[in-house]
Design a protein around this ligand. Structure first.
Ligand code: FUC
Length: 751
């Protein structure tokens, strides 16, 4: 805005300069988890830093002559229900880039002390540098409470900001400039309406529109507020379409711009930390000299053999950070790229893939204490039920009960590539797990159980009887690996899991006693896991696994992780066979999600060093400088690996799938001494663990629901509550049990 110069602005200018100096004097708190690079980002997927509020996301480049923020909204999709059922059909659609914001600065010349950091403890990206004797600071966040991206650009001296702002839509929209606001609006080929607006306020100086851009001059600071939205609503009966987003986007911008930036930032940080700080991790000490390096150089040193347990911690927390940033109540679930995408034809459509990827995105949600971030998955799957049923009927006949899913799907219930028949049952596991951890009976009754039961009905009607009376899933396919045939282990194991979870759900709710019996009889007749000629866990009914086969999918290990049909304590022979198969798959693969699945599998098989080998591969081979995971080395970012590595690492520290809480089940030598706080175990427990020289020293188990706690322990332990030792019951070998009260803590110490 053009404003005359008057004394109040002198005061403001002094305040701005003082704030910058204060910001600069405030070093990043030592305890904060930070990624940082000493250069602006050149490459979107490897170097730019992601921010997000579950729905709206951006990538910060941090350029010196020009700041670049690329942004997305999770629902900006082409496509529809895709009744053609072909992934190449326009109905499958693609997740779209929304647009880019460029702020070009007139100041030129060399810079010193450039630093671009992503503080994941605060979810704030900060760029600082010195140019011509002046310190510049830019801070960007993406707020969930305010639903905007906010960026504050300040300098250690007044009047330093002059330049031009461009807002560029990714679909050739015309950007309009009015006063201090830029906006564009558009509609995709499927009719989806969308709009983005950005508003800049300046202190000192002027800002004015100029041919679709904003020009600013002599400003002390700039504060940007960007909002964007689409008319998508997660409601099939309304054809997924709500109101035009203009009114909401305008009010989001106006409301946020009317707030003080420090207040907006403070509520953003408080919101983020209410989730982020639930978990704290210490896996050892990194040398100060290694710690001082920028993240890319740190990764390089790790590749050259430097130990860096703090990087392991960072990667583990980064998965949590990313889930908070791309999956919050009310948003779409995390797609193959979370919610970040700079193309209109992203790899694999940046869709929802059901044969490992979408599930892996949520493997950490419960254990890493982010249960509410799991909700978008249930919301979309529930909202998609009608179109899923419809497409199932179109393919399998009108009289079908239940539904099944293809390998890829979009936010309109439209499906793409190849049937993945047990996918709906695998998804059902997530509904059950959300209950198993949090014990929310209302969710179980109203959301989870109806879903599980409907998928069971599909399988009741589809299981095929063999001449000997056993049951198999017909025409299955071990994903992306085997031929189409009956009784594929992947199908059999997932159906076992579905029936088991549904039986337990019905028991918990005290409903459907007869149906429980039916499911239980069906489950007993399923063809179960088989051990083949070289001691391996068979991938198919026929014993034809090739010991030299190193395929990336390990679908026949579902029963080990994320399933629970096979465990060392309950089914040791099958667990040993799974280890033989996994060993044969080799340690050579560098496909991101495959490594992280193997981390979790080896953790479940209690082989700490193998689990760590795969974990470490993710750090050394697949982590880009921004710590995003390269699915295939050197190309194609895919976020499942980031989520999978966190889930896998947690499985090394705590397990609870086999009926007992198992502390430190697969602790590797690299993490000999450390602690973790706030992990979750099934049954409604939160767990803190401390250990030294590879051995448990103390654990605290907080009971949230007052359930009996069953604990697996290899060494004798004492259990204390309110400082008093309590009686424990010895069960089978290594397992103790004790009753708990709701909201009470129980301290476990080795004797
Ligand atoms: C599965 C994998 C591929 C890729 C794709 C998105 O189909 O087999 O490697 O991750 O999903």
């Amino acid at each position: 805005m053009n404003q005359p110069w008057f004394p109040q602005q002198i005061i403001q200018r002094t305040v701005t300069v003082a704030m910058v100096l204060l910001l600069l004097r405030l070093p990043t708190a030592a305890a904060d988890d930070v990624l940082w690079l000493a250069e602006p980002a050149g490459n979107w997927e490897k170097e730019a830093f992601p921010l997000g509020n579950g729905r709206l996301g951006c990538m910060v480049f941090g350029g010196i002559e020009e700041e670049h923020l690329q942004f997305n909204v999770d629902s900006l999709w082409t496509g529809d229900e895709n009744l053609e059922g072909d992934y190449r059909a326009p109905g499958m659609g693609f997740y779209q880039n929304f647009g880019d914001l460029y702020v070009a600065f007139d100041t030129k010349g060399p810079v010193a002390d450039y630093r671009r950091e992503l503080n994941i403890s605060r979810a704030v990206c900060r760029v600082t540098y010195e140019q011509d004797g002046t310190t510049y600071v830019r801070e960007t966040c993406c707020s969930y409470p305010d639903q905007v991206i906010a960026c504050r650009m300040a300098a250690g001296a007044g009047g330093k900001y002059s330049g031009r702002i461009r807002l560029v839509g990714a679909h050739e929209e015309k950007t309009t400039a009015k006063q201090n606001r830029l906006a564009f609006t558009g509609a995709l080929t499927n009719g989806m309406a969308y709009e983005a607006q950005v508003l800049f306020t300046v202190e000192g100086g002027t800002i004015e529109p100029n041919g679709g851009t904003l020009v600013f001059s002599g400003c002390d600071s700039l504060t940007m507020i960007l909002a964007a939205g689409t008319d998508y609503i997660m409601n099939y009966t309304r054809q997924w379409q709500g109101d035009h987003p203009r009114a909401l986007v305008t009010s989001q911008v106006d409301r946020a711009a009317g707030r003080d930036y420090p207040a907006l930032l403070a509520s953003h940080v408080a919101d983020h930390q209410s989730l982020y700080h639930r978990v704290a991790i210490d896996l050892g000490e990194t040398e100060v000299s290694q710690l001082a390096l920028p993240t890319d150089k740190r990764l390089e040193a790790i590749r050259n053999g430097t130990a860096d347990p703090d990087m392991d911690e960072l990667l583990l927390q980064y998965g949590r950070y990313l889930l908070i940033a791309c999956s919050r109540p009310g948003t779409l679930p995390a797609n193959l790229q979370g919610l970040w995408n700079n193309r209109n034809d992203p790899p694999w459509h940046a869709d929802y893939h059901s044969n490992i990827n979408l599930q892996m995105n949520y493997w950490l949600a419960e254990t890493a204490n982010l249960a509410e971030c799991h909700r978008p998955l249930f919301d979309l799957l529930t909202a998609s039920l009608e179109p899923f049923r419809k497409v199932t009927k179109l393919s399998y006949g009108e009289n079908i009960r239940g539904f099944t899913i293809r390998t890829s799907h979009n936010p309109f219930g439209g499906m793409g590539w190849k049937w993945n028949i047990p996918a709906s049952a695998w998804y059902a596991q997530h509904f059950w797990e959300h209950y198993a951890f949090g014990q929310d009976k209302v969710f179980l009754e109203e959301v989870a159980y109806p879903y599980l039961k409907e998928v069971c009905q599909y399988w009741e009607d589809h299981l095929k009887e063999l001449p000997d009376g056993r049951l198999v899933a017909p025409n299955g396919w071990s994903p992306e690996h085997g031929p189409t045939e009956d009784g594929v282990s992947y199908d059999q194991q997932i159906i076992w899991d579905l029936f088991t979870n549904t039986i337990e759900a019905a028991q918990t709710l005290g409903v459907d006693a007869d149906y429980r019996q039916t499911l239980s009889r069906l489950r007993d007749r399923l063809v179960g896991p088989k051990i083949g000629r070289w001691g391996q866990l068979q991938e198919w009914m026929e014993d034809r696994d090739d010991p030299k086969d190193q395929h990336r999918h390990v679908s026949h290990m579902f029963a080990v992780y994320p399933g629970r049909q096979i465990s060392l304590s309950k089914t040791p022979e099958f667990a040993k066979a799974a280890a033989v198969s996994l060993e044969a798959r080799g340690f050579g693969t560098v496909v991101g999600w495959a490594n992280t699945w193997k981390t979790a599998l080896w953790a479940r098989l209690l082989n700490a060093e193998n689990a760590y080998t795969y974990f470490h591969k993710e750090v050394s081979a697949n982590a880009y400088p921004n710590l995003w995971n390269g699915c295939w080395p050197g190309r194609v970012f895919q976020i499942d690996g980031n989520f999978g590595i966190t889930a896998g690492a947690i499985e090394m520290l705590l397990q609870s799938h086999a009926g007992e809480i198992h502390l430190l089940p697969a602790l590797p030598q690299a993490w000999a001494t450390g602690s973790v706080k706030g992990l979750r175990a099934r049954g409604g427990f939160e767990v803190d663990i401390q250990w030294q020289a590879g051995a448990l020293t103390k654990a605290t188990i907080r009971s949230q629901q007052g359930r009996t706690c069953r604990l697996y322990t290899r060494v004798p332990v004492a259990v204390l509550n309110r400082g008093q030792r309590i009686e424990v019951e010895g069960l089978e070998e290594g397992v103790i049990a004790f009753p708990t009260e709701e909201d009470q803590s129980y301290v476990v110490v080795s004797e």
